[in-house]
Write a protein that binds this ligand. Structure first.
Ligand code: HGY
Ligand code: MN
Ligand code: MN
Length: 429
Protein backbone atom coordinates (compact mmCIF):
# COMPACT_ATOMS: atom_id res chain seq x y z
CA UNK A 1 0.00 0.00 0.00
CA UNK A 2 1.64 3.28 -1.07
CA UNK A 3 1.65 6.29 1.20
CA UNK A 4 -1.12 8.69 0.15
CA UNK A 5 -0.07 11.58 -2.05
CA UNK A 6 0.64 14.52 0.23
CA UNK A 7 0.05 17.78 -1.52
CA UNK A 8 1.85 20.52 0.35
CA UNK A 9 1.84 23.15 -2.36
CA UNK A 10 -1.11 24.54 -4.30
CA UNK A 11 0.32 24.14 -7.82
CA UNK A 12 1.41 20.55 -8.12
CA UNK A 13 0.82 17.10 -6.83
CA UNK A 14 3.67 16.47 -4.48
CA UNK A 15 4.71 13.26 -2.89
CA UNK A 16 6.47 14.15 0.29
CA UNK A 17 9.05 11.55 1.25
CA UNK A 18 10.73 11.67 4.62
CA UNK A 19 10.52 15.51 4.55
CA UNK A 20 11.51 15.55 0.85
CA UNK A 21 9.08 16.49 -1.92
CA UNK A 22 9.03 14.71 -5.29
CA UNK A 23 7.42 17.09 -7.73
CA UNK A 24 5.65 14.59 -9.95
CA UNK A 25 4.05 17.21 -12.22
CA UNK A 26 7.42 18.81 -12.99
CA UNK A 27 8.87 15.38 -13.83
CA UNK A 28 5.92 14.38 -16.04
CA UNK A 29 6.20 17.65 -17.94
CA UNK A 30 9.88 16.98 -18.64
CA UNK A 31 9.15 13.41 -19.79
CA UNK A 32 6.55 14.75 -22.22
CA UNK A 33 8.91 17.48 -23.48
CA UNK A 34 11.74 15.00 -24.04
CA UNK A 35 9.37 12.67 -25.93
CA UNK A 36 8.81 15.44 -28.50
CA UNK A 37 12.46 15.20 -29.60
CA UNK A 38 11.70 12.30 -31.93
CA UNK A 39 12.02 11.42 -35.64
CA UNK A 40 8.50 9.97 -35.55
CA UNK A 41 5.20 11.30 -34.19
CA UNK A 42 3.79 10.48 -30.76
CA UNK A 43 3.22 8.11 -29.09
CA UNK A 44 6.25 6.49 -30.78
CA UNK A 45 9.75 7.82 -30.08
CA UNK A 46 12.79 7.38 -32.30
CA UNK A 47 15.97 9.10 -31.09
CA UNK A 48 19.12 7.62 -32.58
CA UNK A 49 22.63 8.49 -31.41
CA UNK A 50 23.82 11.95 -32.58
CA UNK A 51 20.73 12.58 -34.73
CA UNK A 52 19.25 16.11 -34.63
CA UNK A 53 16.63 14.79 -32.19
CA UNK A 54 19.31 13.28 -29.95
CA UNK A 55 21.24 16.57 -29.95
CA UNK A 56 18.05 18.50 -29.12
CA UNK A 57 17.38 16.13 -26.23
CA UNK A 58 20.95 16.61 -24.96
CA UNK A 59 20.55 20.41 -25.12
CA UNK A 60 17.27 20.22 -23.18
CA UNK A 61 18.83 18.02 -20.52
CA UNK A 62 21.95 20.18 -20.18
CA UNK A 63 19.73 23.25 -19.59
CA UNK A 64 17.63 21.47 -16.96
CA UNK A 65 20.77 20.33 -15.13
CA UNK A 66 22.23 23.84 -15.25
CA UNK A 67 18.99 25.26 -13.78
CA UNK A 68 19.57 23.02 -10.75
CA UNK A 69 23.10 24.40 -10.39
CA UNK A 70 24.88 21.16 -11.25
CA UNK A 71 28.44 21.27 -12.63
CA UNK A 72 28.31 20.02 -16.24
CA UNK A 73 31.10 18.13 -17.98
CA UNK A 74 30.77 16.24 -21.27
CA UNK A 75 33.42 13.78 -22.43
CA UNK A 76 34.66 13.34 -26.05
CA UNK A 77 32.05 10.63 -26.82
CA UNK A 78 29.17 12.69 -25.38
CA UNK A 79 28.64 11.13 -21.94
CA UNK A 80 27.33 13.98 -19.75
CA UNK A 81 28.29 14.32 -16.06
CA UNK A 82 26.03 16.66 -14.09
CA UNK A 83 27.52 16.88 -10.59
CA UNK A 84 26.18 18.10 -7.25
CA UNK A 85 29.41 18.73 -5.34
CA UNK A 86 29.74 16.94 -2.00
CA UNK A 87 31.45 18.34 1.10
CA UNK A 88 34.42 16.01 0.60
CA UNK A 89 35.36 16.00 -3.06
CA UNK A 90 38.18 13.56 -2.52
CA UNK A 91 35.60 10.78 -2.17
CA UNK A 92 34.41 8.81 -5.21
CA UNK A 93 31.20 10.19 -6.71
CA UNK A 94 27.90 8.40 -6.26
CA UNK A 95 26.62 8.02 -9.81
CA UNK A 96 23.10 7.62 -11.13
CA UNK A 97 21.66 7.92 -14.63
CA UNK A 98 20.65 6.00 -17.73
CA UNK A 99 20.10 6.94 -21.40
CA UNK A 100 17.89 9.12 -23.57
CA UNK A 101 18.50 7.51 -26.96
CA UNK A 102 15.67 5.33 -28.27
CA UNK A 103 15.47 2.60 -30.92
CA UNK A 104 13.08 3.17 -33.87
CA UNK A 105 9.41 3.37 -32.86
CA UNK A 106 10.11 2.89 -29.17
CA UNK A 107 8.39 4.39 -26.14
CA UNK A 108 9.10 7.44 -23.98
CA UNK A 109 10.15 5.83 -20.68
CA UNK A 110 13.03 3.41 -21.48
CA UNK A 111 16.15 5.15 -20.13
CA UNK A 112 14.36 8.49 -19.70
CA UNK A 113 12.95 7.50 -16.30
CA UNK A 114 16.49 6.97 -15.05
CA UNK A 115 17.79 10.27 -16.42
CA UNK A 116 14.93 12.66 -15.62
CA UNK A 117 14.04 10.63 -12.53
CA UNK A 118 17.66 10.96 -11.40
CA UNK A 119 17.49 14.71 -11.91
CA UNK A 120 14.24 14.89 -9.92
CA UNK A 121 15.78 12.82 -7.11
CA UNK A 122 18.69 15.29 -6.93
CA UNK A 123 16.32 18.28 -6.94
CA UNK A 124 14.21 16.70 -4.18
CA UNK A 125 17.30 16.08 -2.05
CA UNK A 126 18.58 19.62 -2.66
CA UNK A 127 15.21 21.13 -1.82
CA UNK A 128 15.21 19.18 1.45
CA UNK A 129 18.43 21.00 2.46
CA UNK A 130 20.34 17.70 2.53
CA UNK A 131 24.05 18.08 1.73
CA UNK A 132 25.91 14.98 0.50
CA UNK A 133 29.50 14.15 1.55
CA UNK A 134 30.24 12.43 -1.78
CA UNK A 135 29.61 14.20 -5.08
CA UNK A 136 26.37 12.96 -6.63
CA UNK A 137 26.70 12.75 -10.42
CA UNK A 138 23.86 12.28 -12.90
CA UNK A 139 25.09 10.57 -16.11
CA UNK A 140 23.04 10.52 -19.31
CA UNK A 141 25.18 7.92 -21.14
CA UNK A 142 25.90 8.08 -24.85
CA UNK A 143 24.46 5.34 -27.09
CA UNK A 144 22.96 2.81 -24.72
CA UNK A 145 21.03 1.54 -27.73
CA UNK A 146 22.99 -0.28 -30.49
CA UNK A 147 20.97 1.30 -33.32
CA UNK A 148 23.63 3.49 -34.97
CA UNK A 149 26.77 1.36 -34.71
CA UNK A 150 25.56 -2.05 -33.49
CA UNK A 151 27.39 -1.23 -30.27
CA UNK A 152 25.08 -0.99 -27.25
CA UNK A 153 26.26 0.91 -24.14
CA UNK A 154 29.05 2.53 -26.17
CA UNK A 155 29.51 5.41 -23.70
CA UNK A 156 29.65 3.30 -20.54
CA UNK A 157 31.77 0.63 -22.29
CA UNK A 158 34.35 3.28 -23.09
CA UNK A 159 34.21 4.65 -19.54
CA UNK A 160 35.20 1.24 -18.13
CA UNK A 161 37.67 0.46 -20.92
CA UNK A 162 35.61 -2.36 -22.48
CA UNK A 163 35.86 -0.54 -25.84
CA UNK A 164 39.17 1.11 -26.77
CA UNK A 165 39.39 4.48 -28.58
CA UNK A 166 40.82 2.65 -31.62
CA UNK A 167 37.88 0.23 -31.72
CA UNK A 168 35.43 3.13 -31.30
CA UNK A 169 37.04 5.09 -34.15
CA UNK A 170 36.65 2.04 -36.43
CA UNK A 171 32.86 2.03 -35.95
CA UNK A 172 30.83 2.89 -39.05
CA UNK A 173 27.06 3.06 -39.56
CA UNK A 174 25.13 1.37 -42.39
CA UNK A 175 25.64 4.42 -44.64
CA UNK A 176 29.40 4.20 -44.11
CA UNK A 177 29.58 7.28 -41.88
CA UNK A 178 32.15 6.80 -39.12
CA UNK A 179 31.88 7.57 -35.42
CA UNK A 180 34.19 10.59 -35.61
CA UNK A 181 32.05 12.21 -38.30
CA UNK A 182 28.87 11.66 -36.26
CA UNK A 183 30.28 12.88 -32.96
CA UNK A 184 31.76 16.00 -34.61
CA UNK A 185 28.36 16.78 -36.17
CA UNK A 186 26.87 16.57 -32.66
CA UNK A 187 29.52 18.95 -31.33
CA UNK A 188 31.89 16.49 -29.66
CA UNK A 189 35.62 16.16 -30.30
CA UNK A 190 38.82 15.52 -28.39
CA UNK A 191 40.91 12.51 -27.49
CA UNK A 192 38.69 9.46 -26.87
CA UNK A 193 41.29 8.15 -24.44
CA UNK A 194 39.94 10.76 -21.99
CA UNK A 195 36.62 8.90 -21.80
CA UNK A 196 38.04 6.10 -19.68
CA UNK A 197 37.45 6.66 -15.97
CA UNK A 198 40.08 6.21 -13.30
CA UNK A 199 39.92 3.82 -10.36
CA UNK A 200 38.03 5.57 -7.55
CA UNK A 201 36.19 8.10 -9.73
CA UNK A 202 32.96 6.48 -8.52
CA UNK A 203 32.18 4.94 -5.14
CA UNK A 204 28.77 3.59 -6.23
CA UNK A 205 26.29 3.65 -9.11
CA UNK A 206 22.54 3.05 -9.06
CA UNK A 207 20.26 3.18 -12.12
CA UNK A 208 16.48 3.65 -12.07
CA UNK A 209 14.75 1.96 -15.02
CA UNK A 210 11.39 0.57 -16.10
CA UNK A 211 11.40 -3.24 -15.73
CA UNK A 212 10.78 -3.94 -19.44
CA UNK A 213 9.10 -7.15 -18.30
CA UNK A 214 5.75 -8.11 -16.65
CA UNK A 215 6.97 -9.51 -13.29
CA UNK A 216 6.34 -6.51 -11.00
CA UNK A 217 2.98 -5.67 -12.51
CA UNK A 218 1.80 -9.29 -12.34
CA UNK A 219 2.97 -9.58 -8.72
CA UNK A 220 1.42 -6.18 -7.92
CA UNK A 221 4.70 -4.99 -6.44
CA UNK A 222 6.11 -1.48 -6.60
CA UNK A 223 9.90 -1.81 -6.75
CA UNK A 224 12.42 -4.30 -8.15
CA UNK A 225 15.78 -4.50 -6.37
CA UNK A 226 17.93 -5.88 -9.19
CA UNK A 227 20.50 -8.50 -8.16
CA UNK A 228 21.96 -9.42 -11.58
CA UNK A 229 21.86 -8.15 -15.18
CA UNK A 230 21.71 -10.49 -18.19
CA UNK A 231 24.78 -11.17 -20.34
CA UNK A 232 24.17 -9.78 -23.83
CA UNK A 233 25.84 -11.14 -26.99
CA UNK A 234 25.31 -9.60 -30.43
CA UNK A 235 26.50 -10.87 -33.83
CA UNK A 236 26.23 -10.09 -37.51
CA UNK A 237 26.00 -13.21 -39.72
CA UNK A 238 26.22 -13.04 -43.53
CA UNK A 239 25.00 -16.15 -45.39
CA UNK A 240 26.39 -16.27 -48.92
CA UNK A 241 25.02 -18.46 -51.74
CA UNK A 242 24.43 -18.33 -55.50
CA UNK A 243 21.99 -15.84 -57.03
CA UNK A 244 20.05 -16.61 -60.19
CA UNK A 245 16.80 -16.43 -62.09
CA UNK A 246 13.74 -17.32 -59.98
CA UNK A 247 12.18 -19.12 -62.93
CA UNK A 248 15.09 -20.75 -64.64
CA UNK A 249 17.07 -22.36 -61.78
CA UNK A 250 15.47 -25.64 -60.65
CA UNK A 251 15.28 -26.41 -56.94
CA UNK A 252 18.02 -29.11 -56.74
CA UNK A 253 20.50 -26.67 -58.28
CA UNK A 254 19.91 -23.83 -55.84
CA UNK A 255 22.20 -22.40 -53.16
CA UNK A 256 19.58 -20.04 -51.84
CA UNK A 257 21.03 -17.69 -49.19
CA UNK A 258 17.61 -16.82 -47.75
CA UNK A 259 16.27 -20.36 -47.41
CA UNK A 260 19.50 -21.27 -45.64
CA UNK A 261 19.13 -18.26 -43.35
CA UNK A 262 15.52 -19.21 -42.63
CA UNK A 263 16.59 -22.71 -41.53
CA UNK A 264 19.35 -21.13 -39.41
CA UNK A 265 16.85 -18.78 -37.74
CA UNK A 266 14.53 -21.63 -36.79
CA UNK A 267 17.49 -23.62 -35.50
CA UNK A 268 18.44 -20.73 -33.21
CA UNK A 269 14.89 -20.52 -31.84
CA UNK A 270 14.90 -24.28 -31.14
CA UNK A 271 18.26 -24.10 -29.34
CA UNK A 272 17.09 -21.20 -27.15
CA UNK A 273 13.82 -22.95 -26.27
CA UNK A 274 15.62 -26.19 -25.41
CA UNK A 275 18.66 -24.72 -23.61
CA UNK A 276 17.46 -26.00 -20.22
CA UNK A 277 17.56 -22.45 -18.83
CA UNK A 278 14.31 -20.43 -18.67
CA UNK A 279 16.38 -17.25 -19.02
CA UNK A 280 17.85 -17.99 -22.47
CA UNK A 281 16.50 -15.63 -25.11
CA UNK A 282 17.46 -15.36 -28.79
CA UNK A 283 16.31 -12.78 -31.31
CA UNK A 284 17.01 -12.04 -34.98
CA UNK A 285 15.80 -8.46 -35.21
CA UNK A 286 17.42 -7.43 -38.49
CA UNK A 287 17.24 -9.39 -41.78
CA UNK A 288 18.46 -8.06 -45.13
CA UNK A 289 17.95 -10.19 -48.27
CA UNK A 290 20.01 -9.37 -51.40
CA UNK A 291 19.58 -8.57 -54.22
CA UNK A 292 16.05 -7.97 -52.90
CA UNK A 293 14.12 -8.75 -56.10
CA UNK A 294 10.99 -10.90 -56.23
CA UNK A 295 12.39 -12.85 -59.18
CA UNK A 296 16.03 -13.05 -58.06
CA UNK A 297 17.28 -15.98 -55.98
CA UNK A 298 18.96 -14.44 -52.86
CA UNK A 299 22.75 -14.63 -53.09
CA UNK A 300 23.23 -13.04 -49.64
CA UNK A 301 21.25 -12.75 -46.42
CA UNK A 302 22.45 -10.57 -43.53
CA UNK A 303 21.20 -11.41 -40.03
CA UNK A 304 21.72 -9.52 -36.74
CA UNK A 305 21.52 -11.91 -33.82
CA UNK A 306 20.99 -11.21 -30.09
CA UNK A 307 21.43 -14.04 -27.55
CA UNK A 308 21.21 -13.57 -23.77
CA UNK A 309 20.95 -15.40 -20.51
CA UNK A 310 21.52 -14.58 -16.87
CA UNK A 311 23.86 -17.59 -16.82
CA UNK A 312 27.00 -17.07 -18.87
CA UNK A 313 27.44 -20.83 -19.14
CA UNK A 314 24.03 -21.54 -20.68
CA UNK A 315 24.29 -18.56 -23.02
CA UNK A 316 27.70 -19.65 -24.29
CA UNK A 317 26.54 -23.27 -24.70
CA UNK A 318 23.67 -22.05 -26.93
CA UNK A 319 26.14 -19.98 -28.95
CA UNK A 320 28.49 -22.95 -29.34
CA UNK A 321 25.68 -25.28 -30.47
CA UNK A 322 24.35 -22.60 -32.79
CA UNK A 323 27.70 -22.16 -34.55
CA UNK A 324 27.86 -25.92 -35.08
CA UNK A 325 24.33 -25.94 -36.52
CA UNK A 326 25.12 -23.02 -38.87
CA UNK A 327 28.13 -24.93 -40.17
CA UNK A 328 26.07 -28.09 -40.74
CA UNK A 329 23.33 -26.17 -42.61
CA UNK A 330 25.84 -24.22 -44.72
CA UNK A 331 27.75 -27.34 -45.71
CA UNK A 332 24.58 -29.20 -46.68
CA UNK A 333 23.31 -26.23 -48.70
CA UNK A 334 26.71 -25.22 -50.13
CA UNK A 335 26.54 -21.80 -48.51
CA UNK A 336 29.24 -19.68 -46.85
CA UNK A 337 29.06 -17.98 -43.46
CA UNK A 338 30.77 -14.75 -42.38
CA UNK A 339 30.49 -13.69 -38.72
CA UNK A 340 31.03 -10.30 -37.07
CA UNK A 341 31.00 -10.09 -33.28
CA UNK A 342 29.37 -6.87 -32.03
CA UNK A 343 29.63 -7.75 -28.35
CA UNK A 344 29.83 -10.75 -26.05
CA UNK A 345 29.72 -9.61 -22.43
CA UNK A 346 29.60 -11.39 -19.05
CA UNK A 347 26.54 -10.77 -16.85
CA UNK A 348 26.83 -8.20 -14.05
CA UNK A 349 26.25 -8.94 -10.36
CA UNK A 350 24.79 -6.10 -8.28
CA UNK A 351 26.41 -4.96 -5.03
CA UNK A 352 24.61 -6.53 -2.04
CA UNK A 353 24.88 -3.38 0.10
CA UNK A 354 23.17 -1.29 -2.56
CA UNK A 355 20.49 -3.92 -3.12
CA UNK A 356 19.91 -3.80 0.66
CA UNK A 357 19.71 0.01 0.52
CA UNK A 358 17.02 -0.21 -2.19
CA UNK A 359 15.02 -2.65 -0.08
CA UNK A 360 15.39 -0.46 3.02
CA UNK A 361 14.29 2.63 1.09
CA UNK A 362 11.25 0.77 -0.27
CA UNK A 363 10.25 -0.36 3.20
CA UNK A 364 10.69 3.20 4.46
CA UNK A 365 7.96 4.31 2.05
CA UNK A 366 5.73 1.30 2.55
CA UNK A 367 6.43 0.08 -0.98
CA UNK A 368 6.45 -3.60 -1.90
CA UNK A 369 9.87 -4.60 -3.16
CA UNK A 370 11.14 -7.84 -4.72
CA UNK A 371 14.61 -8.96 -5.64
CA UNK A 372 14.85 -9.83 -9.30
CA UNK A 373 17.15 -10.10 -12.32
CA UNK A 374 17.27 -7.77 -15.32
CA UNK A 375 16.76 -9.51 -18.66
CA UNK A 376 17.52 -6.32 -20.55
CA UNK A 377 21.07 -5.00 -20.46
CA UNK A 378 21.84 -1.49 -19.18
CA UNK A 379 24.75 0.89 -18.68
CA UNK A 380 24.83 -0.51 -15.15
CA UNK A 381 26.43 -3.67 -16.65
CA UNK A 382 29.55 -1.61 -17.40
CA UNK A 383 29.38 0.76 -14.45
CA UNK A 384 29.59 -2.42 -12.34
CA UNK A 385 33.19 -2.71 -13.61
CA UNK A 386 33.97 0.73 -12.15
CA UNK A 387 32.14 0.68 -8.81
CA UNK A 388 29.60 -1.24 -6.70
CA UNK A 389 26.39 -1.02 -8.74
CA UNK A 390 22.69 -1.87 -8.54
CA UNK A 391 19.40 -1.00 -10.25
CA UNK A 392 15.91 0.01 -9.18
CA UNK A 393 13.04 -1.23 -11.35
CA UNK A 394 9.51 0.10 -11.52
CA UNK A 395 6.58 -1.71 -13.15
CA UNK A 396 5.58 -0.95 -16.74
CA UNK A 397 2.29 -1.72 -18.47
CA UNK A 398 2.17 -5.46 -19.37
CA UNK A 399 6.00 -5.35 -19.41
CA UNK A 400 5.85 -3.61 -22.78
CA UNK A 401 9.02 -1.81 -23.92
CA UNK A 402 10.76 -0.87 -27.20
CA UNK A 403 7.26 -0.12 -28.52
CA UNK A 404 5.08 3.04 -28.54
CA UNK A 405 2.63 1.76 -25.89
CA UNK A 406 5.40 1.47 -23.27
CA UNK A 407 3.98 3.05 -20.09
CA UNK A 408 4.62 3.60 -16.39
CA UNK A 409 2.20 5.73 -14.35
CA UNK A 410 3.21 9.00 -12.61
CA UNK A 411 2.79 7.22 -9.27
CA UNK A 412 4.99 4.27 -10.32
CA UNK A 413 7.67 6.69 -11.54
CA UNK A 414 7.45 8.84 -8.40
CA UNK A 415 7.80 5.69 -6.25
CA UNK A 416 10.99 4.83 -8.13
CA UNK A 417 12.34 8.37 -7.80
CA UNK A 418 11.77 8.53 -4.06
CA UNK A 419 13.47 5.13 -3.56
CA UNK A 420 16.34 6.41 -5.73
CA UNK A 421 16.57 9.65 -3.71
CA UNK A 422 16.68 7.70 -0.45
CA UNK A 423 19.28 5.28 -1.84
CA UNK A 424 21.49 8.13 -3.10
CA UNK A 425 21.25 9.74 0.33
CA UNK A 426 22.36 6.47 1.94
CA UNK A 427 25.29 6.07 -0.45
CA UNK A 428 26.44 9.70 -0.48
CA UNK A 429 26.69 10.03 3.30
O1 HGY B 1 18.55 -4.30 -25.54
C1 HGY B 1 18.54 -3.97 -24.35
O2 HGY B 1 18.49 -4.78 -23.45
C2 HGY B 1 18.54 -2.52 -23.98
O3 HGY B 1 17.23 -2.06 -23.96
N1 HGY B 1 19.32 -1.74 -24.92
MN1 MN C 1 16.22 -0.09 -24.62
MN1 MN D 1 17.12 1.13 -21.40
Amino acid sequence: MNRPLISTTKTSTDIAIVNIEINSDRLQEEIETLANFSEVSAPAVTRVLFSDEDVAARNFLRDRCREVGLEIREDPIGNMFATWPGTDRSLGAVGTGSHTDAIPNAGKYDGVVGVLGGLEAIRALKESCYQPRHDITLIPFTAEEPTRFNAGCLGSRMMCGAVTPEKALSLMDKEGVCLDEWRNRAGYSGDLAEVQCREGDFSAFVELHIEQGPELEEAKEDIGAVTAIAAPAGYGLRILGEGGHAGAVLMPKRQDAFMGAAEIALALEMLAKNSGSPDTVATIGVVEVLPGAINGIPNETRLEIDVRDISLESRDKVLEDFRAKVTEICERRQLRQVWTEFNCDPPATCAPHIVDAVETASAEFGLKCRRMVSRAYHDAVFMARLAPTAMIFIPCYKGYSHRPDEYSSPQEIANGVKVLAHTLKTLAG
